[in-house]
Ligand binder design. Structure first.
Ligand SMILES: C[S@@+](CC[C@H](N)C(=O)[O-])C[C@H]1O[C@@H](n2cnc3c(N)ncnc32)[C@H](O)[C@@H]1O
Length: 279
């Protein structure tokens, strides 16, 4: 494999979060699918286009992108996590126009001008050197090629991510003050930072558009399982597994307050980001 610049993230997505996300692929896809769909709509994909899916994870978006550019189009899903790529490869068996690559998207020598579109659903906030990573992605786009991704706004605006932990925070050590911009889910919460990174990487026509939508992983049981394994609380419980039993009732009650005919739905706040490679 080519150079891995993001050694810590590679360890995290192979040893900690990756296996959990792989096991939780179905409810996570249900939760995130509407947000990925927003980006696909903004990109206005056309049949025959060549698409790069950055941080493709378990491959749900890679398959949806392949359908959007079928029959002659193609999609390459790139990810740093083997457990997630294993799921992606298994579920895409026999699907035409889809391939996967284990690589660090920040540094991998992607084919110059090899793609018409670079897409990502929550896969671009983990780079140690975002300007370098986005310059690498821009180089992979032909002149006029389009970039589109979705990333989280601030934690306070995202109960879908933070509510489970907020309901049981008193049972855990006080959280470390967040380091603004550090690689992680909220690294792109500041829209000016996102614009600056894309400008410095040479992109044009950068648009950072707020999008608010209630999202959910399914019924109360599904929402509880996601809450206990993913997000802020999921991470804390990986460090303190002995607290699992103590938190379940409170988290279930917090989620139940948002249960409805479509299951548990919580507010999410994201940026839909689009840009163009001027050439
Ligand atoms: C929050 S998950 C999103 C996964 C998937 N896009 C989805 O929406 O289900 C972030 C993904 O980015 C991947 N990732 C993180 N850093 C990466 C890097 N430098 N190069 C490629 N993939 C990376 C992780 O392994 C993980 O699969």
């Amino acid at each position: 494999m080519s150079e891995i610049a993001n050694v810590q993230q590679a360890a995290y997505w192979n040893e900690q979060a990756g296996p959990t996300w792989a096991a939780m692929q179905s409810p996570m896809d249900r939760q995130l699918e509407p947000l990925g769909r927003r980006v696909m709509a903004a990109l206005a994909l056309r049949p025959g286009e060549r698409v790069l899916d950055v941080g493709c994870g378990a491959g749900a978006t890679t398959l949806a992108l392949a359908d959007a550019v079928a029959p002659e189009g193609s999609v390459l899903g790139v990810d740093i996590s083997m457990p997630l790529l294993d799921v992606a490869r298994a579920r895409s068996a026999g699907h035409a126009g889809v391939a996967f690559l284990e690589a660090d998207a920040q540094t991998h020598p992607l084919e110059t001008a090899g793609f018409d579109v670079v897409f990502s659903r929550f896969g671009v906030m983990f780079f140690s050197d975002p300007p370098r990573a986005f310059a690498n992605l821009r180089r992979a786009l032909g002149p006029g090629g389009r970039l589109g991704f979705v990333c989280w706004r601030a934690p306070a605006e995202n109960p879908a991510f933070t509510l489970p932990m907020a309901s049981v925070q008193h049972l855990f050590p006080p959280p470390q003050p967040p380091q603004p911009g550090a690689p992680g889910p909220f690294a792109f919460a500041d829209p000016e930072r996102v614009r600056g990174i894309l400008d410095s990487a040479g992109f044009a026509d950068v648009a950072v558009t707020p999008h608010d939508e209630k999202i959910g992983a399914g019924d109360l049981d599904a929402a509880l399982e996601v809450a206990l394994k993913i997000g802020v609380l999921g991470g804390a419980l990986r460090e303190h597994p002995e607290k699992r039993e103590a938190v379940i009732d409170a988290v279930r009650a917090a989620l139940a307050a948002h249960d409805g005919p479509d299951g548990v739905k919580l507010d999410s706040a994201t940026w839909i980001v689009t840009a163009r490679n001027p050439g």
